[in-house]
Design a protein around this ligand. Sequence first.
Ligand SMILES: Cc1cc2nc3c(=O)[nH]c(=O)nc-3n(C[C@H](O)[C@H](O)[C@H](O)COP(=O)(O)OP(=O)(O)OC[C@H]3O[C@@H](n4cnc5c(N)ncnc54)[C@H](O)[C@@H]3O)c2cc1C
Length: 508
Amino acid sequence: MNNRYDVLIIGTGIAGLSLAIYLSELAPKLSIGLMSKGALPQCNTRLAQGGIAAVTNQVLDSFISHEHDTLKAGSGLCNPEIVHMAVHEAPTRVNDLVRWGVLFDANENGFHLNREGGHSANRIVHHKDFTGKEIHAKLAGKVRRCANVALLKDCFATELLLNDKGGIGLKFVRKGDAVERTAMAPRIALATGGSGQMFAYTTNHPFATADGLAMAMRAGARVEHLQYYQFHPTAMYQSRMGQVPLISEAVRGYGAHVVDGRGRRFLFDYDQRGELATRDVVTDAIYDHLSATGEPFAHIKVNHLDLADFKAEFPTITTRCQKMGIDLAGASIPVLPAAHYQCGGIQVDAWGMSSIDRVYALGECAGTGLHGANRLASNSLMEAVVFARRTAVHMLAQDFDHCTTASMEQAVPIHTAKLHRMISEKRRQLRAITTGAYRERNNRVAVQERLYAVNQLRGQVAKFGLPGYGAGGELTNLLWAGSGFIDALYQSFEPKEKHLLQGQTSHT
Ligand SMILES: Cc1cc2nc3c(=O)[nH]c(=O)nc-3n(C[C@H](O)[C@H](O)[C@H](O)COP(=O)(O)OP(=O)(O)OC[C@H]3O[C@@H](n4cnc5c(N)ncnc54)[C@H](O)[C@@H]3O)c2cc1C
């Protein structure tokens, strides 16, 4: 395996794949290393159902309306310049996806546009209810045909390597190897996705373990808005913790009702928009209502809709319900909120550059300023492609002066069965602490107790000297993200200017 590239991209979700394609198109001679922890499709991107938000019909929709909806969802904490830029660039980026072969549903007016919670117009470009799968398949196919992209599959990135100029490479461990190696590049992009696995229930892929965020924090990068973790109000309830299936926002947009055990549409008690309120509002309403009624879950009901049309529109959800023995004509779907999207992350500028020179971040691991306190539905796939293009342009405007540091190899500890048991137990404890902190996020004392608990847990785990890759590395990274999340929650009881955290200073 070559260990020197012009650009190293970590992550093969929509952010990493788009960046590789843009770079390849703009500079076909550039050598690009594209790393993923497992196989290419193992990521959150493949799970995206709803689609991409973009103003593609300027008669029935407008940029100003998309901007307004984004700012409103973000509760005054979005960066308005970034919102303006992303909303205006989104339609061109959607056209890039089409140019790369992605098929979106269409009608006689152009794209078939869905509507989702918080949007005041139909503007969600989609491929049935498996948009992410379609995008990923087409982008992965295209990347495989890029002659200047080397795919580095099954490689777990563990740490960034820096010198006085900034990022120069990273350390990684290949699956099946007990050796940590280095890969060098004068430009590095972290596109490692989110951190949903730190919570009890999450819609996220098992790989969403905050690896890039934690690596950047350890290297001293600035992070922002970590306290703003978005829960999805309607994931399919199941008793086992971990990844749970999502019932897309588009289902509520399509006319499904959220009801309690007595069949009552209780969301209007909390917000006049009912099912179409933003995710944080619906999530809190469900949690509050369940606390009041003592019921274990809420329900989504669709039997008042045309079921043939519904099944054609939502084949993935229909199939999943069939597998679970849920008859959509009679029974309702049991749902509960689940951790869904990390709104903040590694702080970047309008070109994807982090506070560490030569280290970029994009996709869910980045804090671009687009989402503020709450992401508007379907703005994340859009953000990933918008920033992929900008990152590519910015990278190519710089000199590619390679560092001469020699590559290194170092033996690393292996995971024994005993270590695996300890890791599972500590991960369970972390999930309980972070989920409790989220549910009680408005209670300063409760948050402070959770902060103490997570730091205690970090201290206990640190004594084990865990391997930096695989399950050990993931637990360490989740602990960084978990304590960053709760620390930021705690800081947010202080005046607003304390919201920006310096990873290095807060997490020594
Ligand atoms: C169920 C679900 C539905 C969603 N629906 C929508 C939607 O309709 N519209 C929308 O806009 N957004 C949606 N989202 C959010 C959106 O899918 C994600 O925010 C987006 O796909 C993130 O893309 P990404 O490229 O940043 O990360 P990912 O797609 O998660 O990719 C992360 C990549 O990083 C790699 N990686 C991670 N750690 C390491 C490491 N240590 N070493 C090497 N590689 C590593 C992984 O292997 C993976 O390739 C949804 C999310 C979920 C979970």
